[in-house]
Write a protein that binds this ligand. Sequence first.
Ligand code: KG4
Ligand code: ZN
Length: 341
Amino acid sequence: MNILGIETSCDETSAAVVVDGRAILSHVISSSIQDQAAFGGVVPEIAARRQLECIVPVIRQSLNEADLAWEKIDAIAVTRGPGLLTSLLVGTTASRILASVFQKPLIGVHHTLGHLSSPWLECSDAIRFPLLTLSVSGGHTDLWLRESHTRNTLLGRTLDDAAGEAFDKGATLFHLPYPGGPALSKMAAGGNPSCISFTQPLQGVKTCDFSFSGLKTALKYALRDRGGVQVLSSAERCDIAASFEDAICKHLLSRLKCALENQRDIHEVHVVGGVSANSRLRTMLESTMRSQEITLRLPKEMSYCTDNAAMIAAAGYFLHLERGPDAAHPFETRASISLEG
Ligand code: KG4
Ligand code: ZN
């Protein structure tokens, strides 16, 4: 089944054609992130204008690269939310028009379900449910028990900031450019993670919830107590950034271990979303999962970690597979999954 995926929830305009939820025929992403950099974050007005400019060329390019005529597209899957309303409207309106003109089923996909589906992209292995998925991005940090594509239970979520937000806010304290996660991670790569021992959040709390705002405040005070970031040497900055990054990763790992202790028969752990691109997190996850004999899956390419349409096409396919024709109701609320936006 060939599905055209469309994703416009924030500052990326993306379209992709994916076969049976796994094989990517084309994948086009246009990002307005550079336009937002001067403002230190996403400006919804700018993001929506760029969505409008890009949506038609991006969809056209995606179909051209897939080398498929419209007759060969079996359905359109589009992000229905959550996200920036004005950005979402561009993708949902475009896909509604295309579905109506070309008489295609239209599948509305929750953005998070898209991220949860990203490990299937270009993966030829049989993926075994039940599994745990840690979804870490700029907007959310969630831990899901997944029994099928449509049976998902939220085991824990952040009580304040998301993990990506913690990276972004931490990067701002170092005066690094937006988006801060990759920049902070790059700076941390050469540093000593044991330089500062940041107190782990929610210690002794036996839930799978997360909290990052305390770490961000601790970083602020650590920089202030050393006279401010401007007086620090490059090596000192790297050390502090590495310690901060290490504390975020350890917190993510500790909640994941807690969930594994409480769940039986979990053979796989998936980690998705923008923060899954972080190399320290990847290294820590690999050694922990190896020691527990659990299969770790991350999106195969960095571009599948951040927002993209291929994951939306994959999620649309699996919704169709498990729910049949019901999946093709774009904005229905009768979801058998708890992924309402
Ligand atoms: O999933 P995503 O592209 O968009 C949302 O739905 O939020 O995630 C973006 C987030 C940003 O906060 C960004 O700073 C973070 O992912 N991020 C990283 C890295 N790459 C992206 N954080 C840490 N290390 C990275 N390498
Ligand atoms: Zn996302």
